[in-house]
Write a protein that binds this ligand. Sequence first.
Ligand code: GUN
Length: 292
Amino acid sequence: MTEIIDGKVASQDVVAEVKRLSAELAVSGGTPGLAVVIVGEDPASQVYVASKSRMASECGFHSVQYSLSSDTSENELVDLVCKLNFDPQIHGILVQLPLPSQIDTGRIIQAIAPEKDVDGFNFINVGKVGTGELGTAFIPCTPAGAMLLIERVRGKDLTGLNAVVVGRSNIVGKPMASLLLAANCTVTIAHRHTRDLATITRTADILVVAVGKPELVKGDWVKPGATVIDVGINRVPALADGTRRTTLVGDVDFGAVKRSAGAITPVPGGVGPMTIAMLMANTLVSAYRAVG
Ligand code: GUN
């Protein structure tokens, strides 16, 4: 029987633990603080940011949101980030991406103090994840959440398993590959120029797909028994004949792959909820580190 990996339940477990530890820390005056910054009116980003701020409040955090207009200058945003870097009530700073085109995203990410970089995007944290210094790093939230789901299915010892990561983004693919490598997997990274992708995905005991292409991975691309983690969230249009309304699908053809995989994450309800839960966990860890 294929296991459908329930990201909602797993994320609730993480959040419950975060709430417990946050309440403990608050007793000694160390309430964790998260600042979420959004520039512009992108509707999808607004939804994500609102749920991050809401979840932070639910966890008992000091939660602040800065909604800046779409014509905000790069220097104004750097000034806000610097102010937050020095604010002792703030332990995590998240600047929602993408940013408007007049702003150099790299400059903003690097302006965030590494010890408050709960997204794990700046060079110090990227370097720590790349070198396996996971104990003091902030691990990017989506791959961190995916890793937890993999461990729930396969246990903590992944030594010697073949892992294939499809997608090489800085936010998911590359850190995911680093985490699997640190867990002693044999890791292959595939991307848009990879030849004969299906032959490579079929070697995977653990297959992570993060490319943003609806239902790219077909049923016969997956080894029987594999653990399949679908990071894609794609909105696909309604069918003209009315048999399907606008809906969300992953990068994996769930209906087909479910028949061969050992375990698979659904979309929605798989990796998605884990991302926010891991942001809360990173913010909590940051607050603990700040109190020493
Ligand atoms: N935009 C899409 N995903 C993310 C994320 O994980 N962090 C930030 N800051 N922006 C995003």
